[in-house]
Structure formats: C-alpha cells, structure tokens
Design a protein around this ligand. Structure first.
Ligand SMILES: Cc1ncc(COP(=O)(O)O)c(C=O)c1O
Length: 399
C-alpha cells in the first residue's frame, strides 16, 4: 500500500498542475457547434507565441510527438530525398529510423552519446553539397535520453553560411515551453512537440509549427500521407474545426496550461527551468557522479542523465526509488541501460520538488550500493537555490 504523494521525475509525461487537470474535467461538447472556434482559434494563436513564430502555421494532431515527426516528414519531402541527421541518443536514433522507414536517403552522422548535434560537421557536409542534394537537416533540440541540448541557432548559421536551401526540422518534444526555442529567429521550418512535457498535459497531442517555406514545400511533396495531410487541416482549422474528432478535453487543458505559462511569462518559465536544473546538477556534482552530457554547453535544463558508479546497477536505483520511496526516475535507454538514471526536471516544478528528488535519489543510490553522503546533493542544491532565489513567486491564487 503506497501512502502519501507519488513523485514523478521522469522527463515526460510530467506533473499536471491541478487547475489544468480540473480544466479538463468538462462534459463532452459538440465539435461542430458554431462557437467551437472560440476555444480552438485562441490555442493556435497562443501556441505560435510558445514556438515564437509570427508566420508559422500551428497544427494540433491527435497523436504524440512521434506522430508529429511523421507528419513533418510526409508533408514536406519526397521518397528518396537526401536528408542530413545526427544520432546521439535514443530519440535522435528513432527519428533516423523513422526517416529510413519512410524511404528517405538518410545521411547519418553518428556522435558519441553525451555530445549534441555536430554543427561543424553539418556545416562541412552542407558546404560540400554543391548541387543541393540535401533537402532537409534534422536536429533533436533536446535529446531526452542523454540530457543534451543542441545548438539549433548554430545549425541555422551553418545553413546560411553555405547559402543552403534545405529545410530545417527540429524535434522540440522535450524543449519547447521549457528551454529557449525561437522558431522565427532560428529559421526553423518544422518544429515538433507533444503535449505531455513542457505543456504539462497528458499525452495525446502531436503539435507542429510549420514555416511558410515548409507549407509551400508541402504543396509539391509526394510522400504518401492521409491522416496527417496538412491541407485537410488547414482548410478546417481556419475556422477552428478539424477534419476528424478532436480531443476537446485536452484542448481545455491546453487552454489552461497556456494561460499559466503566460501568467508566469515564457521567459520566466525558461529561467525557472534553468535555475531548477542547475540545482539538480550541483547535487549530482556533490555526489561525485557525472552527467552523460559531456560538457556544460550541452547541459539540458529539462533532464539530467546521471551515470552511476561502475559497480552499481542504475536499474536497481530506479527500482528501489519506485518501490520504497514512491518516486519514478527515468531509466537509462538502449546503450545507457543499467548505467544511467535520469531526473526529469520540467513542467510544473519548484525547488521543493527538486530537493525531494535529490534526497530520494540519495536514499535510492545508497540502497543500491553507491557511496553517497546523505544530504550532500541536497545541500549543494540548497546553496544554489538560496543564492538564486526567484525575485517573486508567480501569483496564480485566482485559480
Ligand atoms: C526528444 C523526443 N522526441 C520524441 C519523442 C517521442 O514523443 P512521443 O513519446 O510523444 O511520441 C520523445 C519522447 O519522450 C522525446 O523525448
């Protein structure tokens, strides 16, 4: 029998704020009613603010991040097109695999897990592509498996310096609404996310923002698609409707989560993620453990992947945390299985929650055989949080 609170520290799905959960507890409604657009049109407009795009077109597909990956590819590319991708963790690996399965000619750059998108190597390959064979460049902005954030702006610069016309695809599933992301400034053509991470909702929405250039490409793209066809969506979305039954409860939740993000301020949300993440990193350092991310430039503000000592099985740390202490940590994926556990620190989170995660990680690590001094990680994080207290807490008492 589990008592008390269950602590969710996987990097998505994330904690759903109680007001968001309540906002979804509404009766079913008519998705063809004359006033349905009152709910949906505002969501499109406000998501554009989250993606930081003025001219992009937002799509809300019932689905998940993986569906949004597929929608991005099938709407804008042709079978056999050459694309440039890097593989540096389980999610970038899966995107490569999908691109291959969909019939693209994928030029893969393999990078050791712990590093991020190889901007210099991308630049070299783009520069060598004199005949514009590469039709798209893909970047996993935040590799959730390794806790690595990549330099999307740098990839845009590389494209511009080579005067290369390829589309820029970005997986922002574990970055958008929590790590700085700027679709227009960075010239991103297709940005992908899901509902269950920074947007603090259940899984169920695959969300895309698509540039004018990519919308234009979609008119000529010959890859087969049906459910994810952009043009079917565009026609009906213009007045707030959908070509199929939309998940209205999720839309009500999204309305409330967007309201919360803007009440706090998107910049403040991003700053809070950085502040909280840095506290967790200080804790890890105080344990004498290392992140998978190989240098500070790659540190992710939404997830920390932590290497356990060689003689400890990270699966045990996770099992003990779950069974004894009511906490879920993220597991080590693929080549990191058993070597790594992850602390997800994104979404509806504060200092107290991060300190709880660190303190229960200490108990779990020790029980799994690691030598950690109780309180060391917690104290290091406390020092950081004390020095970097937020100016004022957001007031959302009105909820
Ligand atoms: C970076 C990244 N991309 C893609 C996905 C896949 O998204 P979904 O599980 O919503 O299909 C995930 C899921 O965790 C992810 O972290």
């Amino acid at each position: 029998m589990k008592t008390g609170q269950t602590h969710l520290f996987i990097p998505g799905p994330t904690n759903i704020p109680e007001p968001v959960r309540q906002a979804m507890n509404v009766p079913m409604q008519d998705m063809r009613a004359p006033d349905f657009g009152d709910l949906t049109l505002g969501l499109f407009a406000d998501l554009k603010r989250v993606f930081r795009t003025e001219t992009g077109q937002v799509f809300l597909f019932p689905g998940s991040g993986t569906g949004a990956w597929e929608a991005a590819i099938t709407n804008t590319l042709n079978p056999g097109d050459k694309v440039l991708m890097a593989r540096f963790g389980q999610f970038s690996h899966l995107w490569v695999e999908m691109a291959q399965r969909l019939g693209l000619d994928v030029e893969v750059v393999d990078v050791p897990w712990g590093a991020g998108c190889p901007v210099k190597e991308f630049s070299r390959r783009l520069g060598a592509d004199k005949h514009g064979q590469i039709k798209a460049v893909f970047v996993t902005h935040n590799e959730t498996a390794t806790g690595v954030t990549s330099d999307v702006a740098g990839v845009r610069r590389a494209l511009d310096e080579c005067m290369h016309d390829a589309l820029l695809f970005v997986d922002g599933v574990s970055s958008i609404a929590s790590i700085d992301f700027r679709m227009d400034d960075w010239g991103v053509d297709l940005a992908v996310t899901g509902s269950q991470k920074g947007l603090m909702l259940p899984a169920g929405l695959g969300i895309l923002a698509v540039s004018e250039k990519a919308m234009e490409a979609s008119k000529a793209a010959t890859m087969r698609r049906a459910y994810f066809e952009f043009s079917d969506m565009v026609n009906l979305n213009a007045t707030g409707y959908f070509p199929y039954t939309p998940p209205t409860q999720l839309f009500h939740g999204l309305r409330r989560s967007l309201d919360r993000i803007f009440a706090e301020g998107l910049d403040n949300v991003i700053a809070r993620h950085h502040r909280l993440a840095e506290g967790v990193r200080r804790g890890v350092q105080a344990w004498g453990l290392h992140l998978v991310a190989e240098s500070p430039a790659f540190y992710s503000d939404t997830v920390s992947a932590i290497r356990v000592p060689r003689d400890v099985d990270a699966r045990e740390v996770i099992r003990i945390g779950y069974e004894r202490y009511n906490i879920s940590f993220g597991t080590g994926l693929a080549q990191l299985a058993g070597k790594v556990f992850r602390i997800g620190h994104l979404g509806d989170l504060n200092e107290g929650m991060c300190l709880t995660a660190l303190s229960l990680a200490e108990l779990s690590l020790a029980a799994a055989g690691a030598k950690v001094e109780f309180g060391a990680g917690v104290a290091a994080a406390q020092d950081w949080y004390a020095e970097n207290a937020p100016a004022a807490r957001m007031n959302i008492a009105a909820e």
